[in-house]
Design a protein around this ligand. Structure first.
Ligand code: FPP
Length: 246
């Protein structure tokens, strides 16, 4: 399937094939309860399973979630270490259920700053779920859209320098092949929770024609019912990809 076809979804399908979520608001959710920010992240992690499980019935084949951005290193050392520990625990605890429920897990982002134990767990989870096809769950970890495009461009330039790629052949179908998401269709719907209306460096290239939903709910309060409502609303949207209605 060419990247062009990917942006058009499945013929005759009204629902989104690929939903991407910016899971925002964990800190505020915890603060409102007088608890430390990490309490909110733990509550947020519990929401992930419910949303993954809701996907097949809603016709969502691909779910991509933003777990940690290239900018999140600016948070306190306690919060960063707590999040890294949460990711390790999540993978260890959820691996079996994910495999048994037919979820294929992939990670996107730059692994260079992640610790060896976490990288090993990520590799193992990708490997043990590689044959699954029911839901494709992609977890963005140390991910930034600009960083991804820069890394992709570097690899593309290396191919040009080595004579493997003719610069004259480079077009908008070339670059996506170098992105972390090269095997994924573009997102049809991007959801951000917590009332912030910005995309914070998430899937910049891939979301060029995505539909957006910015909702006030904080991520730990997000539910499969809210998710189903947003998926339903998407069906009413008129996506023209820069063209006009037939
Ligand atoms: C943004 O909320 C959230 C994050 C930076 C972390 C997202 C992580 C999770 C939901 C937890 C686990 C995920 C997995 C895959 C196990 P925020 O801290 O910016 O909230 P705030 O804007 O209210 O401060």
């Amino acid at each position: 399937m060419s990247p062009k076809d990917q942006t058009t979804g499945r013929p005759g399908q009204r629902g989104p094939r690929h939903v991407a979520i910016i899971m925002d608001g964990n800190g505020r959710w915890a603060q409102a309860r007088g608890r430390p920010r990490l309490f909110g992240h733990h509550a947020g992690a519990k929401r992930v399973r419910e949303i993954v499980e809701a996907c097949p019935d809603l016709g969502v084949e691909y779910l991509t979630i933003f777990a940690f951005s290239t900018e999140n290193w600016k948070r306190t050392q306690v919060e960063v270490a707590g999040l890294m520990s949460l990711f390790r625990r999540y993978i260890t605890k959820e691996a079996r259920a994910l495999r048994e429920e037919g979820v294929r897990v992939r990670f996107i982002g730059d692994r260079v700053r992640l610790d060896d134990k976490l990288i090993r767990l990520m590799d193992e989870l990708e490997e043990m779920t590689a044959a699954n096809t029911r839901v494709h769950l992609t977890i963005a970890l140390n991910y930034g859209g600009r960083d991804e495009v820069a890394r992709a461009t570097k690899r593309l330039a290396e191919d040009v320098a080595a004579g493997r790629l003719d610069p004259a052949s480079v077009d908008e179908e070339t670059l996506p092949k170098y992105l972390d998401t090269y095997v994924l269709p573009d997102p049809d719907l991007v959801i951000r929770t917590s009332g912030e209306a910005r995309i914070s460096n998430f899937l910049l290239w891939q979301s060029a024609y995505a539909e957006y939903e910015f909702i006030d709910t904080l991520w730990p309060d997000f539910s499969s019912e809210i998710f189903a409502g947003l998926v339903r609303d998407y069906g009413a949207r008129d996506r023209r990809f820069g063209g006009v209605r037939a």
